[in-house]
Design a protein around this ligand. Structure first.
Ligand SMILES: Cc1ncc(COP(=O)(O)O)c(C=O)c1O
Length: 342
């Protein structure tokens, strides 16, 4: 299957800019560039828009009346699904995994503004669980609720299309495979040579797509993933899972590419305590980027990912190499952060 033949709706028909972070490049003695996917033109932008072009293309082809999707209480994926589905006239049911906040802020506020039907998937006894276990139990409750709502609407005769958290499904991966070729041609036009592409890893579909894209287009720009979640444990465990997922995508689309565990480079030192919990170096990275370059990242994804890039830079991992940071968006979540932490 050729990506060009997949159903797609155009939600962001502009190339997002690639800019140099001049001040940080000087300070860290590395050429650091940024790909501004936070500017992907709808619902305040972010990486999910690229995935949703294909996912909603598929949903429309299947004549869906309703999409149901899930994510954390501050999920960017949920916010962008509602925004993009609104544009194509499909109703969104949002299952937010975690406790209902007393006040809706950041992404939750935007979910409300965008008009999603919002449900919270919570569990009663949270005491005595590790962060990883708790996240797993909450995810299971989220899954259960998604299925319950799906069957409720199906009984009413609706066509329901379920989008897994993070848009992690076959049509969604096409978005960042395309982005790989966009980045490659843009860098060529700008006459910039980049050796690494750094991105945050949550559900992992973005990095999986970038790894496939790198092989498919032979760009020589190595994707490096900074884990923002630790439910599964070590980077090795995530790499093995991503390898299995990539194999699944390759089989699904009948693509003949040889991708091995060596192609999957992940770092698990920047997650902090766990998904959604602000980390010290993540908070410092947020301030560093804001105060050096005027750009905003968040405490759940992009701040932790950028903390990884800065630390690797300090440790001379990128010595004599150029690095591109993929700004995957997420800044609305920052409006839910306790300002005392900064
Ligand atoms: C802002 C932001 N950055 C990075 C990610 C990670 O992307 P993925 O879930 O594809 O690993 C997400 C979503 O999960 C996100 O919302």
């Amino acid at each position: 299957m050729n990506i060009k033949d997949l159903p797609r709706i155009e939600l962001c028909n502009v190339k997002t800019p690639i800019e140099k972070l001049n001040n940080l490049s000087k300070e860290f003695k590395n050429n650091i560039y940024i790909k501004r996917d936070d500017l992907l033109g709808i619902g305040l932008g972010g990486n999910k828009v690229r995935k949703l072009e294909y996912i909603l293309g598929d949903a429309l082809e299947k004549k869906a009346d309703i999409v149901i999707t899930s994510g954390g209480v501050q999920s960017n994926h949920v916010r962008l699904t509602v925004a993009c589905a609104n544009k194509v006239g499909i109703k969104t049911v949002a299952v937010l995994v975690g406790s209902e906040p007393s006040k809706y802020k950041g992404n939750t506020l935007l979910d409300k503004v965008l008009g999603a039907e919002i449900h919270f998937a919570d569990i009663k006894n949270k005491e005595g669980h590790s962060t990883g276990d708790l996240n797993r139990l909450l995810d299971e409750e989220g899954e259960r609720l998604v299925q319950e709502i799906k069957s409720k609407y199906e009984k009413q005769g609706k066509i329901v299309y379920v989008i897994p958290g993070g848009g992690k499904m076959p049509p969604g991966i096409a978005g960042y495979i395309n982005a790989t070729s966009e980045i490659y041609s843009q860098l060529q036009e700008l006459r910039i040579n980049c050796d690494y592409l750094v991105t945050g890893v949550g559900t992992s579909s973005t990095i999986a797509s970038l790894i496939i894209g790198e092989k498919l287009y032979n760009t020589g720009i190595k994707p490096l993933g900074i884990l923002v979640t630790n439910t599964l444990g070590s980077a090795k465990a995530y790499a093995e899972r991503i390898k299995t997922e990539i194999d699944g995508y390759l089989k699904f689309y009948n693509w003949d590419l040889n991708i091995t565990l060596d192609d999957i480079k992940l770092f698990d030192a920047y997650t902090g305590e766990g998904y959604g919990i602000p980390s010290e170096d993540g908070l410092l990275a947020i301030k560093k980027l804001a105060q050096s370059e005027g750009l905003i990242v968040d405490h759940i994804y992009t701040g932790k990912a950028f903390a990884g890039l800065l630390d690797l830079s300090k440790k001379e991992f990128f010595k004599d190499k150029n690095v591109l940071f993929l700004h995957t968006g997420g800044s609305p979540a920052l409006f839910d952060l306790d300002s005392d932490l900064l």
